[in-house]
Design a protein around this ligand. Structure first.
Ligand SMILES: [Zn+2]
Length: 237
């Protein structure tokens, strides 16, 4: 009975160890960390695209600014010429006046375009700020996830070490035959080498056990195996 209880406990340890080694609890964490890495990568790509767009827009704004200054200077020159014109023909004056009007229109157009580009720059800067915030919060979440992952891994390692110790403790209490039988059977059934008798059947393979064998098991003199599957049969509730 004592030996039966011990190998039953040994099996419980083997089952817990198996579950821990599967590391099921870590899988969702790994998935989440990968998703976060992807999101960070995408956000950083977006950020560098924005840097380029901003540089382009700023170059465009500087160019328009120079253009407006140049055209204003040119228009001023033409206006001076128009006001100071003496002795020119009416035709010449009209043509000069027309060119001044045209230049002023062009200046207004360029100024409007310049304002549009400035607006675009403001929008890009706002977007850039937003993306930076997103990257910051994603990185924070990622780092916390990594910390949590490492913590869980070390908890698993600690528990595995505990299980190993417990296993050794139990093995020390087993008589050599029982240990040999268990170790041998465990090779075939790593997680359920031991079965109970449930209403005359083996809890491992669910095949009924001959009554002679049930009797021998209940006597408890030596451990018996199931004739059908080969698991060790024990008689404990
Ligand atoms: Zn069986």
């Amino acid at each position: 009975m004592e030996q039966e209880r011990l190998i039953w406990d040994l099996q419980a340890l083997a089952q817990e160890e198996y579950e821990l080694l599967k590391k099921d609890g870590l899988k969702p964490m790994v998935v989440r960390l990968k998703q976060l890495q992807e999101s960070i990568k995408r956000a950083e790509e977006e950020s560098s695209t924005l840097v380029n767009l901003l540089a382009e827009a700023e170059a465009k704004a500087a160019k328009l600014d120079r253009e407006v200054a140049r055209m204003t200077k040119q228009a001023k020159g033409s206006k001076d010429k128009l006001y100071q014109a003496k002795g020119g023909s009416l035709k010449e004056l009209l043509s000069l006046q027309q060119s001044v009007v045209k230049m002023e229109e062009e200046i207004t157009n360029s100024e409007n375009r310049y304002m549009d580009v400035l607006n675009e720059i403001d929008n890009l800067k706002a977007k850039q700020k937003q993306v930076k915030e997103i990257i910051k919060s994603l990185k924070k979440e990622y780092n916390e996830g990594v910390k949590e992952y490492k913590k869980t891994v070390s908890q698993i390692d600690v528990r595995l070490a505990e299980l190993k110790l417990k296993r050794e403790e139990i093995e020390e209490q087993l008589c050599p035959e029982t240990l040999r039988l268990y170790t041998e059977t465990e090779k075939r059934f790593p997680r359920n080498a031991v079965a109970k008798i449930k209403r005359g059947t083996c809890s491992g393979c669910h095949i009924s056990i001959p009554s002679v064998l049930v009797l021998r098991i209940k006597e408890g003199k030596a451990l018996q195996r199931c004739d059908n599957c080969g698991r060790i049969l024990i008689n404990i509730p």
